[in-house]
Design a protein around this ligand. Structure first.
Ligand code: PEP
Ligand code: MG
Length: 316
């Protein structure tokens, strides 16, 4: 399969019943964008921009950021989209020049959009650099660690100021769904956003109350837990009919047992490590979306991640 998958890496991933799933790459470094395209990426589904900031001793200025983002756009060409996540620091990703007062629970503290909103000028310069670098090419901007629509609107207010300075843009604005409250309230967000990108790493961590990096417990932080699957289902259902697409950019998308579940739940896009792309596309081509959807309904009724994995295993 590996060899055949690689040979077909530039072909789209369409299920046996004709449902096209976009397969994009997760990226932390824009110098890897060309490699991702060469491996069959149909876009970048998650640019972790914080790594660009972490690589500098000071917050990079507008020109430095533009050069970084432009490198990704140039690699992607005129049609493949770039989904850029605004700064997601704090928690497990401290930034030396943005010290946060010590917290007992950094994962529940000042991180993601919460931290970024305390530095609106940085958020503004980041969006300005992204939009300028896009020069009309497809750009999707999303906010991390959003808990409800008010946080989205706070970020969007800054975006609205920036975008007003540009003409001829192709930009969409979305949120990551990685806090359970946001999945539960997806219906209140869907009319306002262009897309949802489900971050299963954090969504699983916060749903199951298991630190994703915990040395002994992290193996139990399984995104196939039915509680997580129900949140994904709610997100997809909220987006339906709202002109809002849904992607998955967490590790779950590259799990061989999970891809059929995600397709069955109705996601439109998955974003994975570039080297996984040929295989993920090959797996999707073997699936029937309708069958996966019927199966997903049954999986949602189960009580544990083990039961879900057993049921998936039994069918393959
Ligand atoms: C996630 O939480 O699933 C995600 C994609 O973001 P990160 O892993 O960077 O927190
Ligand atoms: Mg996350």
């Amino acid at each position: 399969l590996e060899e055949r998958a690689f040979a077909a890496r530039h072909e789209p991933a369409t299920t046996t019943d004709g449902v096209r799933i976009e397969v994009a790459a997760n990226l932390g470094n824009t110098s890897h964008a060309l490699d991702a395209v060469e491996r069959g990426a149909e876009g970048v589904g998650l640019l972790r921009t914080e790594f660009i900031f972490m690589a500098h001793p000071q917050a990079p200025d507008l020109d430095t950021q533009m050069a970084e983002y432009r490198r990704a756009f140039d690699a992607l060409g005129p049609h493949r989209p770039l989904v850029a996540r605004t700064l997601d620091v704090g928690g497990d990703k401290p930034l030396d020049y943005w010290p946060v007062p010590p917290e007992d629970n950094p994962f529940l503290g000042l991180r993601g959009i919460r931290l970024a909103l305390t530095r609106p000028a940085v958020l503004e310069s980041q969006m300005r650099a992204l939009i300028a670098a896009s020069a009309g090419r497809p750009l999707r901007i999303m906010f991390p660690m959003v808990k409800d629509v008010a946080e989205f609107h706070a970020g969007k207010a800054i975006y609205d100021r920036v975008i007003a300075d540009f003409d001829d843009v192709d930009v969409q604005l979305g949120v990551m769904i990685e806090i359970p409250s946001c999945a539960l309230l997806a219906e209140t967000l869907a009319p306002h956003v262009d897309f949802f990108s489900i971050g299963t790493n954090d969504l699983t961590q916060y749903t199951l109350a298991i630190d994703r990096g915990h040395p002994r417990l992290s193996a139990q932080a399984d995104g196939l837990h039915p509680a997580v699957l129900r949140l994904i289902r709610m997100t997809v259902q909220a987006a339906a009919g709202q002109d809002c697409w849904v992607g998955v950019c967490g590790e779950l998308a590259s799990d061989a047992q999970a891809i059929g579940v995600l397709v069955g739940l109705g996601v439109d896009e998955v974003s994975v490590n570039a080297r996984q792309i040929p295989l993920v596309k090959a797996r999707i081509r073997e699936l029937c979306q309708r069958d996966m959807s019927v199966r997903a309904d049954k999986l949602l009724a189960l009580g544990t991640a083990e039961a879900v994995r057993e049921a998936v295993e039994a069918e393959t």
